[in-house]
Design a protein around this ligand. Structure first.
Ligand code: TEU
Length: 528
């Protein structure tokens, strides 16, 4: 592919800075930590890094509450350091994607502080959704919209002492912007330019389908169609204008567009809108050959007509880690089911996660990897008194939240805090067995998850850019061919699978049996 089409088949690694590596020893990951590990990322072979928000933030939602979109949070470093990091990564052939959060700002953002100070009816409040309450004394929230945090039944409105209520689809510290206001649009286009000017190659758009609201803010129960705040038509106008900004820099977008409807989803993927959007279908797909094949077919079918590459996501900072999901028989396919103490077979989950890695890296399109996925990290159980994620609090403890997939990475088994770099206790505790996953333990182990990912990412270009052709298989088996005789086979059935003769085994996610057959929950890449 041409250089400017890099994003069509890229492997993109998500860095959750706070938990990647601690360069200054204070217990929180930072840009110095990332800069110190760029050679690790280059060796892994990824094409780009997507940084979860690294901006100045009170960290009420892990940085998705931004106080200043043009400044790096002091806990992470400085803008000058970010510029160095972008340049150093580029020298290693790695592009940078930043994460823009347009739906809401932090309550510490100057706009919201000014709105609070200026009072009801002020122009400052027009940048947000301020409303009087309902009921005789305005004591009831203006409408019935539900929280966008899974499991939360808390209201999305907060009342101020002056009587006004303001809208926040997430936490009260994340007030929603009013996207009908021209200043809101102008500001975000300036922010995009600011980061493109600094050499970033792409932008991930947080909560991309939620920005536009029905100006009447009607009750959802009474006015479900068109939805008052999900996937509204006005959004397309916003993204068309963003696209002209990106095109001036050859920048690319990946939208976080959670929509069940394939046709509505595809409407964002246009030559004049978003280049790509996350395909989350694997996150809710059971480990079942027919279901996986249907998920792949639906994904490819929705992308093909609009000419956009598919994306494949096994994990991110919001969902239960892959090996844990696949190790849970009952809830294995439900990324939101994170109930405390759910029985998990980690050996099974790991075997499947290894096979899933070979499956997703063989599919046409771009693949997103979440830091630690390449180490096979499981979801960690966080002691209740150490939980940080607002999702836990907003759900009143019903949902353990997302901290279990955000635990500081283990780099070196023999060092304190598994080599995360901290002199003191890291911001989230690491489980006792974390050292067994450490990079230095996996580095030279031919059977480790890290080695599998390195080898697969290195071999992946052999699949070329061609389409996928399903091959006939026995039940419980997935097999498809791509360019130049490259085949991927995944055996999800209980019977061991004989591999075709005259094909060379390039890579397997597990050992073949003593008859040279591919066992259950194992994938292989073959070349004929
Ligand atoms: O997530 C958007 C979103 O819709 C989440 O509620 C998601 O459905 C949930 O986390 C799945 O369990 C984005 C970010 O990825 C998330 O980390 C932020 O908390 C959220 O936006 C608010 O900015």
């Amino acid at each position: 592919p041409k250089d400017r089409d890099w994003w069509r088949s890229a492997v993109i690694y998500q860095v959750y800075v706070r938990s990647f590596a601690d360069g200054d020893g204070d217990g929180t990951g930072d840009l110095a930590g990332v800069r110190g590990r760029l050679s690790y990322l280059a060796e892994l072979g990824v094409d780009a890094l997507w940084f979860s928000p690294w901006y100045q933030s009170p960290m009420k939602d892990g940085g998705y509450d931004v106080a200043d979109y043009r400044a790096i949070d002091p806990a992470f470093g400085t803008l000058a350091e970010a510029e160095k990091l972008i340049a150093e990564a580029r020298e290693l052939g790695i592009r940078t994607i930043v994460d823009i959060v347009p739906n809401h700002v932090s309550d510490q953002h100057p706009w919201f502080r000014a709105a609070l100070a200026a009072g009801p009816g002020s122009p400052e409040r027009e940048l947000f959704h301020f409303r009087p309450g309902r009921g005789p004394d305005g004591e009831l929230p203006p409408n019935d919209w539900p929280s966008q945090f899974v499991g939360s039944t808390e209201p999305v409105w907060t009342r101020l002492a002056d009587g006004d209520w303001y809208l926040h689809l997430f936490t009260p510290e994340q007030p929603d912007l009013d996207w009908t206001h021209p200043a809101v649009r102008q500001e975000h286009e300036d922010i995009l330019r600011f980061w493109f000017e600094r050499g970033v190659a792409g932008v991930r758009i947080d909560s991309a389908a939620l920005l536009a609201k029905d100006p009447a803010l009607p009750d959802l129960a009474a006015h479900p169609e068109p939805h008052p705040f999900v996937d509204r038509d006005e959004l397309h106008d916003v993204y068309r204008s963003w696209r002209t900004v990106a095109d001036a820099y050859d920048g690319v977008f990946v939208g976080e567009v959670w929509l069940p409807d394939a046709e509505r989803f595809a409407r964002y993927l246009r030559p004049d809108e978003l280049h790509t959007a996350f395909n989350f279908s694997f996150l809710s797909c059971p480990w079942d050959a027919d279901r996986l094949r249907a998920s792949i077919d639906t994904t490819l079918a929705e992308h093909a007509p609009v000419g956009a590459p598919a994306t494949w996501v096994l994990c991110n900072h919001d969902v239960t880690r892959t090996v844990t999901r696949y190790g849970r028989e009952d809830t294995g396919f439900d990324f939101a089911a994170k109930a405390f103490g759910t029985p998990t077979d980690l050996a099974l989950g790991t075997r499947r996660a290894r096979a899933a890695a070979l499956l997703s890296l063989a599919l046409p399109g771009a693949v997103y990897l979440y830091q630690g996925e390449e180490l096979g990290l499981p979801e960690a159980e966080i002691p209740v008194d150490r939980i940080q994620d607002p999702m836990y609090f907003r759900s009143r403890g019903a949902d353990p939240g997302r901290d279990g997939c955000r635990v500081p990475l283990p780099w070196a088994a023999g060092l304190p805090h598994a080599g995360f770099g901290s002199q003191q206790e890291p911001w989230l505790p690491q489980p006792a067995d974390w050292t067994s996953y450490a990079v230095d333990r996996q580095q030279d182990d031919p059977d480790s998850m890290l080695t599998l990912y390195r080898e697969a990412i290195a071999a992946r270009p052999l699949f070329g850019c061609g389409p996928l052709t399903w091959l006939p298989t026995p039940e419980g088996v997935l097999a498809f061919a791509r360019a130049e005789g490259m085949t991927c086979v995944v055996n999800l059935g209980s019977a061991p699978l004989r591999l075709p003769e005259r094909s060379r085994l390039l890579l397997a996610s597990g050992l073949l049996d003593d008859k040279g057959r591919l066992p259950q929950d194992t994938a292989a890449w073959l070349r004929s």
